[in-house]
Design a protein around this ligand. Structure first.
Ligand SMILES: Nc1ncnc2c1ncn2[C@@H]1O[C@H](COP(=O)(O)OP(=O)(O)OP(=O)(O)O)[C@@H](O)[C@H]1O
Ligand SMILES: [Zn+2]
Length: 405
């Protein structure tokens, strides 16, 4: 392992192996027997360097299978540290690695599997400043950077669905050909919001490894202009044809206008390190702190605690005597839920205070706005306030025994 794993250093070119050693022959014997791979394919793998961007749910199985198959050099990049909630899907890390840099933890794990693979951990965030220098050193890179003449094997997984595409492969489209404009940042969901069954990114990461191994060993890929969709719920795969390389593409087209790297975070309006975007939708007098709420409980002031999280989250944990109406029901104005709220309000008529809570304090603000718009009709004349920072702030500041997730 390199010591300076928080820097991009210049790597010496991989030395080409003239032949396989007896140990190599034994270790790789089961794949050497494949006519599609063979000795020539194996030697090509040993001369290939791959940069894996993100040592998370996809990157872990990807790096694991590339290392096992005998890839020559593996760059492992991640700015983050291992957390307990990562372990169900980020299978290169163990309990004892909590708090350690993921890049380093992954590299150690990969080394244990195959000491013949040169592993280079990078504990840093991929950015326009370092990306080009990094990518230039790796023929196969797994992230979207337009057309740098290198195939990009890209995958994603969320909830019970996965996707995979290969960009920049043999005249196929680049990332920008297919996605000329980024999606609005608020429409992007991550695993900590949407949830994911660990094996789904596991499967997608393995598929990425498969495509990388086929490309590296000279067999090529059939995913160059195709999007592979995995429906984990129904155990089905589908492949859809994508549009070809666009002559008008700003990156790889006939007259490219993007000639240097774009600040992707500015372009997309959200940062890679944003684990949760903190919304600020309300005025100061529409919000209370968790400490304020604690004193309200202690003084046994009559009020309603409205928890607007989805039911699955309420089942994980909740504060006693909270009323659960998910934000989605409020948005759809589901009449039976609103009725329930009205009934509750009529019970505490003398002090119609409703405190709204969610996990982190974003959805609760949206709910306060919604309820205020509603008052005058369904929920007349009540005070609605948001509990800032939500239940995770409650767990942190007030009750350390409250579960965090
Ligand atoms: N620009 C970047 N540079 C370096 N690493 C990145 C970058 N963007 C994402 N990552 C890393 O990629 C990995 C993605 O993993 P995965 O999708 O499983 O986790 P996640 O959705 O970020 O997880 P959670 O929110 O549950 O912690 C993470 O470890 C993250 O730190
Ligand atoms: Zn393009």
């Amino acid at each position: 392992l390199m010591n300076e794993f928080d820097k991009v250093t210049t790597l010496s070119p991989l030395t080409a192996k003239p032949s396989l050693s007896n140990e190599d022959i034994m270790r790789y014997s089961r794949q050497l027997l494949l006519p599609d791979l063979g000795v020539q394919g194996q030697l090509k793998l040993s001369q290939t360097s791959v940069l894996v961007v993100g040592c998370g749910g996809l990157g872990c199985p990807l790096a694991q299978y590339l290392a096992a198959a005998g890839i020559g050099r593996l760059g492992l990049l991640d700015y983050d540290e291992v957390e307990l909630s990562n372990l169900h899907r980020q299978v290169l890390h163990g309990e004892e690695n909590q708090g350690q840099a993921k890049a380093l933890s992954a590299a150690r794990s990969v080394k244990r599997l195959n000491s013949g693979v040169e592993c280079i951990p990078y504990h840093l965030q991929l950015s326009p400043e370092n990306a080009l220098q990094l990518v230039q050193q790796y023929p196969q890179s797994c992230f979207p950077l337009g057309n740098y003449g290198k195939p990009l094997v890209s995958a994603s997984a969320l909830r019970m669905e996965g996707q995979l595409t290969v960009y920049n492969y043999h005249g196929g489209p680049c990332y920008r050909c297919l996605y000329p404009v980024p999606p609005p940042p608020e429409t992007v969901t991550n695993c900590s919001d949407g949830g994911v069954l660990g094996v789904v990114p596991g499967i997608m990461g393995c598929l990425q490894a498969l495509e990388v191994l086929k490309i590296a060993s000279g067999q090529g890929t059939a995913c160059g202009q195709h999007l592979l969709l995995f429906d984990a719920q129904n155990a089905r795969f589908r492949s859809i044809r994508l549009r070809p390389k666009q002559p008008s593409c700003v990156v790889c087209g006939e007259i490219p206008s993007v000639t240097r790297l774009v600040d992707y975070e500015a372009f997309c309006g959200s940062a890679a390190t944003d684990k949760c975007r903190k919304l600020n939708l309300l005025s100061k007098d529409q919000r209370i702190t968790v400490q304020d709420y604690k004193s309200i409980i202690d003084s046994t002031g009559p009020h309603i605690l409205l928890d607007v999280r989805p039911l699955v989250e309420v089942e994980i944990c909740s504060l006693p005597s909270s009323l659960n109406i998910p934000l989605s029901s409020l948005e759809e104005k589901k009449s039976k839920d609103i009725q329930l709220l009205q009934e509750k309000i009529s019970q505490v008529k003398q002090q119609m205070a409703v405190y709204v809570v969610c996990k982190l304090g974003n959805d609760s603000q949206k709910a306060v706005q919604l309820l205020e718009k509603m008052s005058g009709e369904e929920v007349d004349g009540i005070t609605v306030k948001d509990i800032s920072g939500g239940l995770m702030a409650w767990a942190k500041m007030i009750d350390p025994s409250f579960p965090r997730y």
